[in-house]
Design a protein around this ligand. Structure first.
Ligand SMILES: [Zn+2]
Length: 202
């Protein structure tokens, strides 16, 4: 780290730790560290405890791969959900957006990633095998691909559609009301509800 002043070790360690956040370089990590220490030491302690607890207590649901405190999450255990529909999303944030649209009563599978060949993220890194197994449980009749409408999300949907169809599954994709290049997380609930209703076979 380029700095004229010698800084205490715990401060350097904190700055280094904050850099594990996406998009955070040395400069913003320093700003965060100064802010926490100077303006909000209580918040800093809460943050540390919450991080510790979340990392220790959370696991991936065995069925949908989202975060859960139980081996099977409450959504997957809910008997009122339609087990014949399986909606595939990239992240838990996307799952929340689809829930918020109130247009879907089926179950989910959360990829926790997407194919990104340019960044070296291939099918082995995203663990598609678990999804194939989940979709082939005999109850799923339709798999709805709700990956983002970005280049990576489209590539992922294309690849998954092939694999799922090869297993005899009916595959649909969200309708094109969602603007090209956009991430579901930033699309309004009404548009998502419409895109679900108007979904097309792939
Ligand atoms: Zn689950």
């Amino acid at each position: 780290m380029a700095t004229g002043l010698p800084e205490p070790e715990p401060l350097l360690t904190l700055v280094e730790a904050l850099r594990c956040l996406p998009g955070v370089g040395v400069r913003s990590a320093r700003r965060m560290a100064y802010h926490l220490l100077q303006r909000d030491p209580e918040g800093a302690l809460r943050l540390g405890a919450a991080l510790n607890q979340a990392v220790t207590d959370l696991r991936h649901c065995e069925r949908c791969n989202s975060f859960s405190q139980e081996p099977i999450c409450s959504t997957c255990r809910n008997p009122d959900r339609d087990a014949s529909l399986l909606c595939v999303v990239e992240t838990p944030a996307d799952q929340n957006m689809i829930e918020a649209s109130h247009g879907y009563r089926g179950l989910y599978y959360v990829l926790q990633g997407r194919l990104a060949p340019l960044e070296g993220v291939g099918p082995d890194q995203v663990h598609f095998g678990q999804l194939m197994e989940r979709a082939s449980d005999g109850q799923v009749r339709e798999v709805i691909l709700a990956t983002n409408f970005t280049a990576e999300g489209e590539t992922t949907a294309y690849y998954l559609a092939d694999m799922l169809r090869a297993r005899g599954l009916n595959v649909t994709r969200l309708a094109r009301g969602v603007p090209s290049g956009s991430e579901l997380e930033y699309v309004d609930a009404g548009t998502i509800a419409w895109a679900l209703m108007e979904r097309r076979s792939t």
